[in-house]
Design a protein around this ligand. Structure first.
Ligand SMILES: [Zn+2]
Length: 273
């Protein structure tokens, strides 16, 4: 079987197009990676040969011999569905964790996203928490970015605000959201800061830029980001309606949501802590 026809390529095509259609990936904004292991890839005969190797620039030995299907640098989410074998690459991390080996894709000479180190560092952090999580997605949701200009960059404040915009929020991200300071994208420093937050959160806000989300599947990760952005959109709409809140979801109601859906809300972000 050809890897081009795999469910993994198909699903990344679908998710990148949906993310673009939501307005989260203008031009070459956004990147996504899916971790795969040898077992997931046993049916594909065209991923054996190493087509190219490159230095990772940091020690990824915790991900040695794992595979990542990832979007390319400078590529447009809008186009991935039209030319997946140009805009996507399947990279195997070498046994010493220092190099990436291109096994499939990037057929016109492309390279992985400049955020590849950030993705790998986040994968390492999340693997330590939950070995089933294998997707990292970065994009630019409009209302989340807008919030980073109007709100204090405080995790408790943001988590409470987003939880209280809709009943769904606390159920989908009971741990709340993490926030890093504004930093230059594409650097190891932003990757390290993001991965550190990923020890506690599946969503990390990059102020004035976008969001990093992780999950066990492409659908779940997309849905997580979609839920955070929906809460931010509701806040924007409240502003458009005059901004005056007449009633809200109380902390007691948040607690009851946690009980009803069997999730543990981050107690640091509820009152009476
Ligand atoms: Zn970005």
């Amino acid at each position: 079987m050809k890897f081009y026809d795999s469910q993994y390529v198909k699903k990344i095509c679908e998710i990148t197009r949906a993310s673009y259609q939501h307005g989260w990936d203008e031009r070459n904004g956004g990147n996504i990676s899916l971790r795969l292991n040898e077992e997931d890839l046993k049916d594909y005969s065209d991923i054996i040969e190493v087509k190219k190797t490159f230095n990772l620039g940091f020690d990824a030995s915790q991900l040695a011999e794992k595979y990542f299907l990832i979007t390319g640098t400078g590529r447009y989410f809008r186009n991935v569905i039209l030319q997946p074998s140009l805009d996507l690459g399947l990279i195997r991390i070498s046994a010493d964790g220092k190099k990436g080996e291109l096994r499939w894709g990037f057929e016109d000479g492309g390279k992985p996203t400049s955020e590849f180190p950030s993705h790998l560092m986040s994968h390492i952090a999340r693997l330590a928490v939950d070995s089933k999580q294998r997707v990292v997605m970065h994009c630019h949701p409009t209302n989340v970015i807008a919030l980073s200009f109007t709100q204090d960059l405080n995790e408790r404040h943001w988590s409470r605000l987003l939880w209280k915009m809709q009943a769904e929020s606390l159920v989908v991200f009971p741990e709340g959201v993490g926030i890093i300071p504004y930093m230059t994208p594409g650097t190891n420093e932003i990757g390290i800061a993001t991965a550190k937050k990923m020890q506690d959160f599946r969503v990390v806000i990059w102020p004035h830029h976008g969001i990093f989300g992780v999950g066990s599947s492409l659908d779940e990760t997309f849905g997580l980001i979609e839920t955070v952005e929906k809460a931010a959109l509701i806040y924007s709409q409240i502003g458009a309606q005059g901004g005056q809140i007449k009633q809200e979801i109380t902390d007691e109601q948040l607690r009851k949501l946690g009980e009803a859906f069997d999730v543990q809300p981050n107690s640091k972000f509820l009152t009476n802590y």
